[in-house]
Ligand binder design. Structure first.
Ligand code: AP5
Length: 190
């Protein structure tokens, strides 16, 4: 099973990706978590991406690919993945599709988690208070949502045209969202 999750900051990609990956016994690969791990470990790549994360801007494509490519290939060889946070632009999606096509491992489904902006800001503010994630401050959270609308949202048309896009209402309780996604993916798998 190879699945991509798309949605704005706070939509619940990470939450749902962990559950879906566990259900299907595949790996959860989160670009944001990989980047934050490098920053916390103080690696050279972590230093290179830290400023982008702090500002809520997208990391340049060459860095993204070099930092997550290996994990995606390993996960593919290990039976599949739930990919959360990549691709994030049409250019990234085209590159990923080209590479996957060459290897015969294109994605089976793309899940778009749809949540209204007020709820996104409420969730991110809640997490900022609980966990203190640096890019959850009110100003940076709003900027991340704006970046999503401009750079990532066009991906929905891209995947709809490929006939693999499914949209779920992510404004519902977590368990209901999980149930809906699993129902879609079980159907896709048959
Ligand atoms: P990334 O880590 O991907 O952050 P994001 O997309 O902003 O997403 P979040 O982690 O904020 O939200 P989520 O949708 O995963 O929701 P979550 O489950 O955590 O990226 C961070 C940065 O890395 C980017 O800004 C960029 O700089 C860089 N980056 C990453 N990928 C990149 C790429 N491909 N190219 C370039 N740059 C890249 O939930 C959020 C909160 O809501 C939690 O508290 C959770 O408990 C709660 N919640 C979840 N679901 C529900 C629900 N149904 N009801 C109530 N609360 C809920």
């Amino acid at each position: 099973m190879r699945v991509l999750l798309i949605g704005p900051p706070g939509a619940g990609k990470g939450t749902q990706a962990r559950r879906i990956a566990e259900h299907f016994g595949v790996r959860h690969v989160s670009s944001g978590e990989i980047f934050r791990r490098h920053v916390a470990d103080g690696t050279a790549q972590g230093h290179a991406v830290a400023g982008y994360l702090e500002r809520g801007d997208l990391v340049p494509d060459d860095l993204v690919l070099s930092m997550i490519g290996g994990e995606v290939i390993e996960a593919t060889e290990g039976g599949g993945y739930v990919l959360d946070g990549y691709p994030r632009t049409v250019e990234q999606a085209e590159t990923a599709h080209r590479l996957a096509e060459e290897l015969g491992v294109t994605v089976h489904a793309v899940i778009n988690i749809d949540v209204v902006q007020e709820e996104l800001l409420r969730r991110l503010a809640g997490r900022a208070a609980r966990e203190g994630r640096a890019d959850d401050s009110a100003e940076t959270a709003q900027h991340r949502i704006d970046v999503y609308m401009e750079k990532t949202r066009p991906l929905l048309d891209y995947y709809a045209q490929r006939g693999i896009l499914h949209t779920v209402d992510g404004g519902r309780p977590m368990d209901e969202v999980t149930k809906h996604i699993l129902a879609i993916l079980t159907h896709v798998r048959q």
